[in-house]
Write a protein that binds this ligand. Structure first.
Ligand code: IPE
Ligand code: IPE
Ligand code: MG
Length: 226
């Protein structure tokens, strides 16, 4: 058995609880969580087996949170992207956001597009941040696009109309809950699912390495026989 963890997707959950356990504001957890985004991305960029890393950063449902927390997350995202551009370039990492970016302010959209453009030539890891992303929303947007095209519907056509046209091999959720929360519904059809109680700010490259090691032992049958 030698599975290749070509596309890893992570539901980065547990920031708020991590901060609250220590008597801090939830926002502190998001700040710490953004540092883990950097370290995990850098690790994946150095591993030639990993071609794509998709990180769930803000869901279509996260707008339900208190206004102050949402505003903090928007500012943090903008700050992160501006600050980390050298990390992307140094690591030959291409930034490719997924989700409905039209939900964001003009200024944040501009920063997102700038980083996307500035890293377009990078040929190493593709890092996707899922921003205002929902699996159902992605499928609906794809269906609306296809409705206008009058082309016969097929698996490949639907895949190509989605924000992300790449199947997930390994899907990880931190934070102890065992659910998808509307993440990569189409792309995860045959993903291997790994759940850990570790809260995202505490997640390490060592734990990721252990998960990849276990992933490699799994027999993936895709509905066939071994
Ligand atoms: C995940 O951590 C980050 C986002 C959803 C933006 P949470 O903020 O959901 O943290 P918990 O799950 O409440 O601890
Ligand atoms: C999923 O975490 C979304 C992100 C990690 C961005 P949530 O904390 O929003 O998920 P639920 O509410 O526990 O399902
Ligand atoms: Mg959560």
């Amino acid at each position: 058995m030698n599975n290749n963890p070509s596309h890893i997707a992570i539901i980065m959950d547990g920031n708020g609880r991590w901060a609250e356990i220590q008597g801090n504001n939830r926002t502190y957890g998001h700040e710490k969580g953004s540092e883990v985004v950097r370290s995990i991305t850098t690790y994946c960029a150095k591993n030639p087996e990993i071609n794509r890393l998709t990180l769930y950063a803000f869901s279509t449902e996260n707008w339900k949170r208190p206004k102050l927390e949402v505003e903090f997350l928007m500012k943090l995202l903008q700050k992160y992207l501006k600050k980390e551009l050298p990390t992307y370039l140094k690591g030959n990492i291409r930034f490719q956001p997924i989700g409905d970016l039209s939900g964001f302010s003009a200024s944040l959209q501009k920063t997102i597009v700038e980083v996307q453009e500035a890293t377009r030539h990078c040929t190493g890891l593709t890092q996707s941040l899922a921003l205002n992303y929902g699996g159902r929303d992605e499928i609906i947007r794809a269906a609306v696009t296809l409705q206008a095209s009058n082309t016969p519907i097929s698996h490949d056509l639907i895949t190509s109309a989605l924000d992300c046209d790449c199947d997930v091999d390994l899907l990880i959720r931190t934070g102890g809950d065992h659910r998808l929360s509307n993440f990569m519904l189409w792309q995860s059809a045959y993903a291997e699912l790994f759940f850990t109680d570790t809260l995202w700010p505490q997640f390490t490259t060592e734990e990721l390495e252990k998960i990849i090691h276990k992933f490699k032992q799994v027999e993936r049958r895709f509905g066939g026989l071994h």
